[in-house]
Design a protein around this ligand. Structure first.
Ligand code: ADP
Ligand code: ASP
Ligand code: MG
Length: 451
C-alpha cells in the first residue's frame, strides 16, 4: 500500500533536547495525520560530546563528557511515567559509548568515530518512541542503518540512492500501514555493516532522502527558527523570514553556510520535486518557509550566507608565465587527494582556491594533509591562510544585473576583501574576509541590501 500524502517530519537537536522539547515535537507530529515517518537528530549537545570522546580523551576528561551525556539523557528518562524498560536500553547504549570512548583513547579512527557518534541518534529515537507510547500513540523504532546504505567515507559518507529506494520500499513502506515510524537522521551503514555518518547536520539530508525513497508529498524540517531568513537571525536580528523560496536559491544558501539546512538536503527534493517546509517546533503556529520548485518574482538579492573556518591556498607558479598545463597539474594533484575545490580565482602566475573544512564528524578530516602540501610545493610556492570567512550573497540573475558591485562593495570599504568570485553562477557572489570581521560584514551588507 502506498501513501500518496506521506509527510516526513525531521526534528533537529534543540527540538529533542529534553523532555518538554520532545513533547512539543510530539504535538507537532500528531497535529498532521499525514506524518508517517519521523526523523530525529541527537538531543542538543550530545553529538558534540560524542565527537569529543571520539578524539581520544584521557580518563578524567572522558568521565566528564560521559557524565554530561548521561545527564542529558537521564533527565528525559526520569520524567517518563514508566522508565524501567527504556532505562535499561539507554544504559546499554551508554555502556557501549563508554567502551568505544575508551577504545578511542587508545587509538582513534574515523570508523570508530562514526560508531560512537551514532549513539546520539539511537538514544534520542528510543526516548521519543517512549514519549509517544506514553501518549498512547502507536509508534515503532526503526534502525535506519538497515536501509541507509552508504560508501565507507566515514564522517561524510555518500548514500546509495538506488539501494535506499529499494530497501525503503521493502522494509520501511510496509511499516507505515502499522504505525508511526521513528528513525535516526545522520547515520547509515557501509557494505561491511559498519556505521557511517552523512556529515554534521546530516539529519536534514536523511529526511530528504527518505522523502525521495518513499515518494513523500512533503518533507518538514522542524528546528529552532520559524523558517529560512534573509540571513542567520542570530547574526542579524533584523533578518526577515522568506515565506517561499525556490530550490536553487535555498540550495545555494545551504551550500554557503546557512546552517538551517544541511547543504545536500535539497538534492533529493529537487530530483523528485518534493517541497520542503522549514518551521519551528517551539512555535509551529508561527508558520515557516516553503522551499519549492517555483516562486513568483524572485528578487535580485535574496539572502546572505556565512561560512566560517575557510582556508585559502595560494599557489604561485615558479615558471608559469606563458607556459601551459599548470592548472591541469594542480587539479590532478588535488583530485588524487580527493580534495574538491570550492572557490577559485586565477591570474597569470598564481591560483587562489578555498577548501571547505566544515561538515565532517571526523576531527582529522582537514583536506590539507602534509602529503598534499608536499606534492603541491614541488610544483609551486604554496601559501596557506586560515580563519577566513566566506560571505555569499544569494540572488537571481546577479551576473546579468548592473550596479551589483557598487551596491555590495560600496558599503564594505572598512574591510579587507581577500578574494572575490563572481560571474560563474548567476545565483551568487562570494567573497572572503578575515574571520573576525565576518559578522560585521554580514550586518552591514544586510542593512544595505535587505533592511
Ligand atoms: P537543528 O539542530 O534543528 O538542525 P541547526 O542549528 O542545524 O538546527 O539550524 C538552525 C539554525 O540555523 C538557526 O538557529 C540559525 O541560527 C541558523 N541559521 C543560519 N542561517 C539561517 C537562515 N538564513 N535562516 C534561518 N536560520 C539560519
Ligand atoms: N546530530 C548530528 C549533528 O549534530 C546530525 C544533525 O543534527 O543533523 O551534526
Ligand atoms: Mg541542523
Amino acid at each position: 500500500m502506498s501513501y500518496p500524502q506521506t509527510v516526513i517530519a525531521k526534528f533537529g537537536g534543540t527540538s529533542v533536547a529534553d523532555y518538554d522539547a520532545m513533547n512539543r515535537s510530539a504535538d507537532v507530529v500528531l497535529a498532521d495525520e499525514n506524518v508517517r515517518v519521523v526523523v530525529l537528530s541527537a538531543s542538543a549537545g550530545i553529538t558534540n560530546l560524542l565527537v569529543a570522546l571520539a578524539s581520544g580523551l584521557e580518563a578524567t576528561e572522558r568521565f566528564v563528557k560521559l557524565d554530561a551525556i548521561r545527564k542529558i539523557q537521564y533527565d528525559i528518562v526520569e520524567r517518563l511515567a514508566n522508565p524501567q524498560i527504556i532505562r535499561e536500553e539507554v544504559e546499554r547504549l551508554l555502556e557501549n559509548i563508554t567502551t568505544l570512548a575508551e577504545a578511542a583513547s587508545l587509538a582513534t579512527s574515523t570508523a570508530l568515530t562514526d560508531e560512537l557518534v551514532s549513539h546520539g541518534e539511537l538514544m534520542s529515537t528510543l526516548l521519543f518512541v517512549e514519549i509517544l507510547r506514553e501518549r498512547k500513540i502507536d509508534a515503532q523504532w526503526f534502525d535506519i542503518r538497515k536501509i541507509m546504505r552508504t560508501n565507507d567515507r566515514f564522517g561524510r559518507a555518500e548514500p546509495d540512492v538506488a539501494t535506499l529506494a529499494e530497501l525503503a520500499n521493502q522494509q520501511l513502506q510496509p511499516r507505515l500501514a502499522q504505525s508511526l515510524v521513528i528513525t535516526q537522521g545522520f547515520i547509515g551503514s557501509e557494505a561491511k555493516g559498519r556505521t557511517t555518518t552523512l556529515g554534521r547536520g546530516g539529519s536534514d539530508y536523511t529526511a530528504a532522502l527518505l522523502g525521495e525513497a518513499l515518494h513523500a508529498s512533503r518533507v518538514d524540517i522542524w528546528t529552532d527558527v520559524p523558517g529560512i531568513y534573509t540571513t542567520d537571525p542570530r547574526v542579524v536580528p533584523a533578518a526577515k523570514r522568506i515565506d517561499k523560496i525556490a530550490f536553487e536559491e535555498a540550495a545555494e544558501m545551504a551550500t554557503f553556510g546557512a546552517k538551517v539546512l544541511h547543504p545536500a538536503t535539497l538534492m533529493p527534493a529537487v530530483r523528485s520535486d518534493i517541497p520542503v517546509f522549514v518551521g519551528s517546533s517551539k512555535d509551529p503556529k508561527a508558520g515557516g518557509t516553503l522551499v519549492c520548485n517555483k516562486t513568483e518574482n524572485p528578487p535580485l538579492f535574496r539572502a546572505l550566507a556565512l561560512r566560517r573556518k575557510q582556508t585559502l591556498v595560494t599557489l604561485n607558479s615558479l615558471s608559469m608565465l606563458h607556459s601551459h598545463g599548470f592548472l591541469a597539474e594542480v587539479f590532478n594533484i588535488l583530485a588524487q587527494h580527493n580534495v574538491s575545490v570550492d572557490l577559485i580565482t586565477t591570474s597569470e602566475v598564481s591560483i587562489a582556491l578555498t577548501l571547505d573544512t566544515t561538515g565532517s564528524t571526523s576531527n582529522s578530516d582537514s583536506p590539507l594533509t602534509t602529503s598534499l602540501l608536499t606534492e603541491l610545493s614541488s610544483l609551486c610556492r604554496v601559501e596557506v591562510e586560515e580563519n577566513l570567512a566566506l560571505i555569499a550573497i544569494i540572488g537571481n540573475k546577479l551576473s546579468q544585473a548592473c550596479g551589483v558591485g557598487k551596491e555590495v562593495f560600496g558599503v564594505l570599504d572598512p574591510f579587507n576583501i581577500r578574494m572575490i568570485c563572481y560571474g560563474a553562477s548567476s545565483y551568487n557572489l562570494c567573497f572572503l574576509v578575515p574571520g573576525d570581521d565576518a559578522e560585521k560584514v554580514v550586518q552591514k551588507l544586510h542593512h544595505n541590501l535587505f533592511e
